[in-house]
Design a protein around this ligand. Sequence first.
Ligand code: MG
Length: 363
Amino acid sequence: MKRILILGATGSIGTSACDVVRTHPSDFRIAGLAVRSNREKAEALGREFGAPVFCGENAAVRAVAETDADLVLVSTVGLSGLAPTLAAIERGVDVALATKEVMVAAGELVCARAEAKGVKILPVDSEHSAIFQCMQAGDAGWRGRRDVSKLILTASGGPFLDAPADLSSVTPEQALNHPRWKMGPKVTVDSSTMMNKGFEILEARWLFDVPVERIDVVVHPESVVHSLVEFADGATLAQLSPPDMRVPIQYAFSWPERLPAERAQLNLASLSSLTFRAPDETRFPALRLVKEAARAGGTKTAVLSAADEVAVARFLAGEIRYTDIVRLVAAAVDAAPDLPCDSLENILAADAAGRKLAKEWNS
Ligand code: MG
């Protein structure tokens, strides 16, 4: 029986996680639930699962301190996931990580602390879960493997994959119209610019301890192959499943085992084709920008993440053009001071600097 603490219990990942626990009552128990504001819904879940409920500004950190759990699911919004992740590591509790900003902004710090404490950070993001599953081949572990030549992240390509070359007049309505996934506005816009895939490169870099030079992105509009690992002997493994977040969430909970669940199965015969193509880095410069920030290291990627959040908000508010999003983020990354990525204080300072530069930026 694994005791699980869910941070961000009423969000979309938290809701799917509760569903996974519901279908496996003899394998998992919810030890606690934390939410920022949705108290009523959280208390209903608390009654259902017999779990303490934490609500409010510092709920996630308090929940980690006061709950005995075997695994903490971090699925809060943005950088708010960092402090509770560090708190869980400090307590020696394994983390299932859904909040990618934690690795984007502070991967170096989080991985150093996790390694020092012998704590595992398990992926929940669908692409990273796919890579994690492929990494189970052989017994060489899943971080810093020498027999891996490449990680290959798949990307749906977003709504502008085949749009005309000039994207400067894209409206918020167009950017929010994702062809495949229904998600919140920030991540939908990030998917359309491919900034989201850039963030996932960073997430993979830290989760699997692989340099960004060995992480590729391939556009795969059907979104059936969730990602792949190319091994040194020329073998490539892929993970395929219907798009259902309960699959990667359950795997993070049950690893190293797999538990049965009655869910839609992939029907290969009904898929007419699976297609793949290289991303166009000229039309989608976010990928290159992210790799440059990763190479610069330190807190540059924390600046990147913060500046992007402001840039997307400014675009949605009609203040800047669509093509200004990546320009603005690049300018902020360039202008912000670079600090060592070795303390929560430095990450928060970089985050604040990124936000300030992004708010002041003018085309
Ligand atoms: Mg993803």
